[in-house]
Structures are given as structure tokens and as C-alpha cells.
Design a protein around this ligand. Structure first.
Ligand code: 5BU
Length: 266
């Protein structure tokens, strides 16, 4: 199926070339899964991506939790992801003023040099998005910001009035790729989608085939239900990387997410 056939309105209304690139890869791999690659060593990260790369459409990282990080090993890892057509999404959750966020895209990790997407809170105001864009520009690159409109964790403080202000400000900004929504609660997600409209992406953590409560306040919802409720990408960590057979698990999440997109019908 062509991306337009399967994504319908979202494909037609997307203004971002990165969003279209994602939708194209997702359609060709029949997977709306972003792997949360939360492994502490470069060897484990490499082994994981080699195993699951064909079944995922994007890669989410936490660069600052890797114990043996080196610029060279990270470059190899990113090159591997690129060869598998994966967007690289650093879940850094920036929150500072614009100018500092720009410089935080640099530093030893040089996030602006290799990330295609980053997460940010909008708590400090909309200039953070310009700061992050300037951070990519410092490396002669561009990228997209995913604003945290909701979170998956229990007791979080992103109340609906805050969520909708984030959506109001974020939908107007060309540097905003989309929003993070709560994958564990389909009703919250449908409400978010109706505010966001069809142009921007909603990506959702808090997804597991085994629904219910996770460790330390994490909550999990079902991948198919999250997509039907309006998510465009399910972010899955332990459901894949803690499975006995990560490749098989990634395949199962891919199938569940794809089924959701077909049921949603664009
Ligand atoms: P899990 O193992 O599937 O629970 O991993 C979830 C990942 O998504 C992990 O990397 C978190 O940092 C990330 N996450 C989340 O769980 N909830 C949120 O609201 C946001 C990110 Br934003």
C-alpha cells in the first residue's frame, strides 16, 4: 500500500518532510513502532538495533544513560540506524530558556549533529523551539521538536489546560514536528487528537502488549488501541528490549500497530 492510501488525511495534511519520511518508512515496513533503546552499553545497543531494525520505523535514544559512550561508537550506531531508514529521536526533554537549549544541543554529546527529532517541555515558553532549531542550525542541519503535551507516568502535572496551551502554541510553529501523547489512555489520546487536528504527529510512550501498571509509576496501554485513538507512532521500550526474543517482540508490536492504522483508516 502507498503511504497516501494507508495514512489518508495525515499524509495529505502533513507539512513536514520529516513526517512524510516517517510515514513512508512506516508504510514500507508495516510498522508504526519507535524503539526506546534504553540499554546501558554500546554493545547491547548495537545488538538490539541489529536484531529489531527491520521491524521498527524510528529509534529513540537517551544518550546520557550509556555507560561506555564515545563519539566514535555513537557515530557507528547512528550510521547503522540511518542505513535501516530510522529517524533518530533523542528523548532529551529539554526545558530551559531558548538560548541555553540551543547550547545544550551541543556539548560533548552534540545532539544537534545526529538527532532528527528531540523532545521538549514548553514550560519555559515557545522560544525553546527556536533555540532547538538554532541548535540544529549550528551543525548545518534541521530537525523537528516533539512537545510533551501529555505523559504516560502516573500523577504527572500536565493537566488538560496545560496540554491544550501546548497544542495551541505548538500547532502554529513550523519547527514543531508534533506532540507526545499518553499511550496508556486511549480516551486522553482521542481528546488530544481532536485538539491537534491532522497536520501534526502524535507519538506515544506508555505502550505494551501487557497493559496495566509498570515500574515506578509507568502505565501501559495497548498498541492497537493507541493507534486507533489517534497516535501515529507507538514508542516501545521494555516490551521489546526486555523480551526473550526482541526481534519476535518487535514483529508483534509492528503487527499490532499496523492493524491499528488499517482499522483507523487514515
Ligand atoms: P518502556 O520500557 O516502554 O516503559 O519505555 C518507555 C520509554 O519512553 C522510556 O525511554 C521513557 O523515557 C519514555 N517516555 C515515557 O515512558 N513516558 C513519557 O511520558 C515520555 C517518555 Br515523554
Amino acid at each position: 500500500m502507498s503511504p497516501e492510501e494507508v495514512w489518508g488525511e495525515r499524509w495529505i495534511s502533513a507539512s513536514s518532510s520529516t513526517a512524510r519520511a516517517y510515514m513512508q518508512v512506516a508504510a514500507s515496513k508495516q510498522s508504526l513502532v519507535c524503539l526506546a533503546a534504553d540499554k546501558p552499553t554500546m554493545a547491547e545497543l548495537t545488538e538490539l538495533i541489529n536484531a529489531v531494525g527491520p521491524h521498527i520505523a524510528a529509534l529513540k535514544t537517551h544518550v546520557d544513560l550509556v555507560n561506555d559512550w564515545t563519539p566514535e561508537a555513537w557515530k557507528d550506531f547512528c550510521d547503522r540506524a540511518k542505513a535501516m531508514d530510522l529517524l533518530i529521536f533523542e528523548d532529551r526533554k529539554f526545558a530551559d530558556i531558548g538560548g541555553i537549549s540551543q547550547h545544550q544541543m551541543g556539548g560533548i554529546y552534540a545532539i544537534g549533529a545526529w538527532s532528527d527529532l528531540v523532545t521538549a517541555h514548553l514550560i519555559s515558553g515557545p522560544d525553546i523551539v527556536d533555540g532547538l532549531q538554532a541548535g540544529w542550525a549550528d551543525y548545518g542541519r534541521s530537525g523537528g521538536v516533539l512537545l510533551l503535551a501529555q505523559m504516560s507516568s502516573r500523577g504527572n502535572l500536565l493537566v488538560p489546560t496545560y496540554t491544550y496551551e501546548v497544542v495551541r502554541l505548538g500547532t502554529e510553529h513550523g519547527g514543531v514536528f508534533g506532540f507526545i501523547g499518553n499511550g496508556s489512555r486511549p480516551t486522553e489520546l482521542s481528546a488530544l487528537r481532536s485538539k491537534v487536528g491532522s497536520e501534526k504527529m502524535i507519538w506515544t510512550p506508555g505502550v505494551n502488549l501487557k497493559t496495566g501498571d509498570g515500574a515506578m509509576g509507568q502505565r501501559y496501554g495497548d498498541p492497537t488501541q493507541a493507534i486507533i485513538a489517534g497516535s501515529d507512532c507507538v514508542i516501545v521500550g521494555s516490551g521489546i528490549h526486555k523480551a526473550e526474543d526482541p526481534a519476535q517482540a518487535a514483529k508483534a508490536y509492528a503487527a499490532a500497530s499496523w492493524q491499528g492504522l488499517l482499522e483507523r483508516n487514515g
